[in-house]
Write a protein that binds this ligand. Structure first.
Ligand code: FDA
Length: 507
C-alpha cells in the first residue's frame, strides 16, 4: 500500500507530524482534484483517463521536500516536480508508473535586495510575481525571463528562460548566482556545497534530472526608466513576404537594446469571406526612447514602414503588461493572477542559421492556412547571446542562430482525441516540411519547448537513445550533463521520459 507507507514515513521525518495532514493530499481529499488541476497549463492533459499521482505533496518548508524525496525513494514511488505546471508535455504531473507530485505552489517567497541588486526567488513563484515584486521596489531594475506571467520560476529558469530583453541581458540562467537544491539523499545544497558542475547543470539542463530546486539567487539588471514598444502587422497582400525577408537578414544584427520579433498567424479578413490570409506581426521592445528607435528603424529597416505614432513609450514593467496582452494601465496586481487558462496545444521548436528563401516561405504559407489556430513565433538572437559561449551553460543556442522558431497549434479543449490527433499530425507535417530550412546535425530544439516526438527514455533509460534528443536540446553539453548526472544521482532516481541518462557504464 504505497500511500499508507509513504504517509507513515513522511510523518516520521517531519518535525511536526500534524503538518503532514495539510501537506499530503490523497485522492480521497476534497482538495486533491483542485490542486492537481490548478497548474495544468495545457488542457490536453486534463483528460481523465491519464494516470494520476497517488499523492500530491505541497511542501510548506524545505524539510517537507527532504521527507518527500527520502520516502518516495524508500517506497519505490517516482516523483514529478512541479512549479508553474507549464511543461508542454505535462511531464511535471503525468507519469505511467506509480508516482507522487511535489508541487511547490506554497514555496514562492521572493526577497529583493535593491542595494545588492540581487534577489532570492523560491521555485513556486511565477515570473509575473517576480516582476511585480521587482517593480514594487525599483523603477530601474528588471529581470530577463519569459513573457507569460504564469510561468513558474522552477521549471523556466532550469531550462534557460528568454524574454523580450534577452538580446541585451542574456537568458534567465545567465543571471543566476546561487541556488538551493535538495538532492537524492535529502541534503540541502547551496552553490558552494553542490559544486560548480551541478550548479552548471541546473542552469539550462532541466532541474528534474538532478534534484528539487528550492530557490534561485539572481542578479537583477538595470533597465532604463523609459522603454518603447511598437507593433506592425502585414498581410501577404500588404507585402509581408518582402518585409519578413528583410527581417531575416537584420533581426539578429540590431543594436542589443532592440528586440523585434515576428509572429506569423492566419486571419480571415471578414467572417463571411472565408478567405484566409497569412499575417506577420512585428512586435518590438526597445530599451530607450521612441525617437532613438525611430532613427534605428529608418536607417536599417525602412520596409517596415514604422511611423512615430506607432511607438508607445512606457516603463519596463508596463512593457511586461503589454507583452502579456494586458492594458498597460492595468493595476500591476494582474501579474499575480496564476489562473490564466489556455487552449489545448502542441508545439515544437527550431533554430534558423540561414535566411529561409522565398520559395520556402511560400510552402510555409500554404501549410499555415490549413489550420485555424496556428502560430509561428520567430525570436531574434544575436546581441548578448553572441557573447556567451555555447558551453557556459547547458543551453547551447548562442552565436550562429539568427532566430529561433516556436511552432504552435491550438484547438478547442472540447474537441475529441481524434480531432486533437489531426492537429498534432498537422504539426508533424509542418515540422517535416521545415527540415530543409533549419539547423542540421543536430536539428536543434529548446528544452523549455519540450517535445516528446524527439524521443523518450524507455523504462530503463538508455544513453544511446537519450543522445538523440539530448544533442538537439544541448549539443555537446549533453555529455557533460550525463557526467554530472552519473555523479549526483547514480541510482537514476530523478527520471522522466526525457531526463538525462547515466553514463553507459552505470546502466
Ligand atoms: P513545470 O512545473 O511544468 O516544470 C517544467 C519542468 O521543470 C518539468 O520537467 C518539471 O519537473 C521541472 N521542474 C519544475 N520545477 C522544478 C524544480 N523546482 N526543481 C526541479 N525541477 C523542476 N519559455 C521561455 O523561455 N520564454 C517564454 O516567454 C515562455 N512563454 C511561455 C508561455 C506559455 C503560455 C507557456 C505554456 C510556456 C512558456 N514558456 C516560455 C516555456 C516555459 O519556460 C517552460 O514550459 C517551463 O519549463 C515552465 O516552467 P514551470 O515551472 O511553469 O513548469
Amino acid at each position: 500500500d504505497y500511500e499508507r507507507n509513504f504517509i507513515q514515513c513522511f510523518s516520521s521525518h517531519s518535525v511536526n507530524s500534524n503538518s503532514s495532514v495539510e501537506v499530503i493530499l490523497a485522492k480521497n481529499r476534497s482538495s486533491y482534484q483542485s490542486v492537481l488541476q490548478a497548474s495544468i497549463k495545457n488542457p490536453r492533459f486534463l483528460n481523465t483517463s491519464l494516470p494520476k499521482p497517488n499523492l500530491i505533496v505541497t511542501p510548506s518548508y524545505v524539510y517537507h521536500i527532504q521527507a518527500a524525496i527520502l520516502c518516495s525513494k524508500k517506497h519505490s514511488l517516482q516523483i514529478r516536480i512541479r512549479s508553474g505546471g507549464h511543461d508542454y508535455e505535462g511531464l511535471s504531473y503525468v507519469s505511467n508508473v506509480p508516482f507522487i507530485i511535489i508541487d511547490l505552489v506554497k514555496l514562492r517567497s521572493i526577497s529583493i535586495d535593491i542595494k545588492d541588486e540581487s534577489a532570492w526567488v523560491e521555485s513556486g513563484a511565477t515570473v509575473g510575481e517576480f516582476y511585480y515584486a521587482i517593480a514594487k521596489k525599483s523603477k530601474i531594475h528588471g529581470f530577463p525571463a519569459g513573457s507569460c506571467p504564469t510561468v513558474g520560476v522552477g521549471g523556466h529558469f532550469s531550462g534557460g528562460g528568454f524574454g523580450t530583453i534577452f538580446r541585451r541581458y542574456g537568458l534567465a540562467v545567465d543571471n543566476i548566482i546561487d541556488a538551493h537544491v535538495v538532492n537524492v539523499n535529502g541534503q540541502i545544497l547551496n552553490r558552494y556545497l553542490m559544486g560548480e558542475d551541478l550548479f552548471w547543470a541546473i542552469k539550462g539542463g532541466g532541474g528534474s534530472s538532478f534534484g528539487v530546486i528550492v530557490s534561485w539567487k539572481v542578479k537583477l539588471v538595470r533597465v532604463p526608466p523609459i522603454v518603447t514598444v511598437f507593433d506592425i502587422s502585414k498581410t501577404l497582400e500588404q507585402g509581408a513576404t518582402k518585409v519578413f525577408q528583410k527581417w531575416q537578414t537584420i533581426a539578429d544584427k540590431f543594436d542589443q537594446n532592440l528586440f523585434l520579433h515576428a509572429v506569423m498567424g492566419v486571419s480571415s479578413p471578414s467572417k463571411n469571406s472565408g478567405n484566409k490570409t497569412v499575417v506577420v506581426e512585428f512586435t518590438a521592445l526597445f530599451l530607450g526612447a521612441a525617437d532613438n528607435v525611430m532613427t534605428l528603424i529608418q536607417n536599417n529597416f525602412k520596409e517596415l514602414g514604422l511611423q512615430r505614432n506607432n511607438c508607445r513609450e512606457m516603463s519596463w514593467i508596463q512593457s511586461v503588461l503589454y507583452f502579456a496582452s494586458y492594458n498597460i494601465n492595468a493595476p500591476l496586481e494582474v501579474l499575480l493572477d496564476r489562473n490564466q487558462t489556455l487552449q489545448s496545444f502542441k508545439a515544437k521548436s527550431d533554430y534558423v542559421k540561414v535566411p529561409i528563401p522565398e520559395t520556402g516561405l511560400e510552402g510555409l504559407w500554404k501549410l499555415l492556412v490549413e489550420e485555424k489556430s496556428s502560430l509561428l513565433i520567430m525570436t531574434p538572437y544575436g546581441g548578448k547571446m553572441n557573447e556567451i559561449s555555447e558551453s557556459k551553460t547547458p543551453f547551447p543556442h548562442r552565436r550562429g542562430s539568427i532566430y529561433g522558431i516556436q511552432y504552435l497549434v491550438y484547438w478547442d479543449s472540447n474537441e475529441d482525441s481524434r480531432e486533437a490527433e489531426k492537429h498534432i499530425n498537422w504539426m508533424r507535417r509542418l515540422y517535416a516540411y521545415m527540415e530543409a530550412y533549419v539547423s542540421k546535425s543536430p536539428r536543434a530544439a529548446y528544452l523549455n519547448y519540450r517535445d516528446l516526438d524527439l524521443g523518450v527514455n524507455n523504462a530503463d533509460t538508455s544513453f544511446a537513445q537519450a543522445k538523440i534528443w539530448g544533442l538537439k536540446y544541448f549539443k555537446h553539453n549533453f555529455k557533460r550533463l550525463v557526467k554530472v548526472k552519473s555523479v549526483v544521482d547514480p541510482g537514476n532516481f530523478f527520471r522522466n521520459e526525457q531526463s538525462i541518462p547515466l553514463l553507459p557504464s552505470h546502466g
